[in-house]
Design a protein around this ligand. Structure first.
Ligand code: ZN
Length: 125
């Protein structure tokens, strides 16, 4: 019984505008409704106090079930925007790189004449 394994809710707040380098606040609570009410008044977290003073609103983006250890894990992972639906989590588009490589290889193939892909399996991987 360390007090750290209390089940609760981990919540991610998404700021409508970034405050300096911060765009999110990740917190943990046993009572989410009460906690959000506090935050709306600019209470409970220093960051949310200054965000409120700056006139930036925020929304609850998502929650996880878990204890404070889990909260730490999520914080340590970094890149909260990648966990945030409000930031528009989308698969990365890799096309620009792939097209560039294809174009270069195509040019080489023309310069050296046609070559069989069977003889040269994809190098560099
Ligand atoms: Zn976000």
């Amino acid at each position: 019984m360390t007090g750290r394994d209390v089940p609760g809710v981990i919540y991610l707040l998404h700021f409508q505008q970034p405050y300096r380098h911060a765009r999110h606040y990740l917190g943990w609570t046993e009572d989410l409704a009460a906690r959000l009410e506090q935050h709306q008044k600019g209470q409970g977290a220093r960051l949310l106090t200054v965000v409120r003073e700056a006139g930036i609103s925020w929304s609850l983006s998502r929650t996880w079930q878990g204890d404070r250890n889990r909260e730490r894990q999520i914080k340590r992972m970094g890149g909260l925007s990648r966990s945030c639906p409000d930031c528009g989590v989308k698969p990365r588009i890799r096309q620009p790189i792939d097209l560039g490589r294809a174009a270069v290889e195509g040019t080489e193939a023309t310069a050296h004449g046609p070559r069989s892909k069977q003889l040269e399996p994809e190098a560099g991987g």
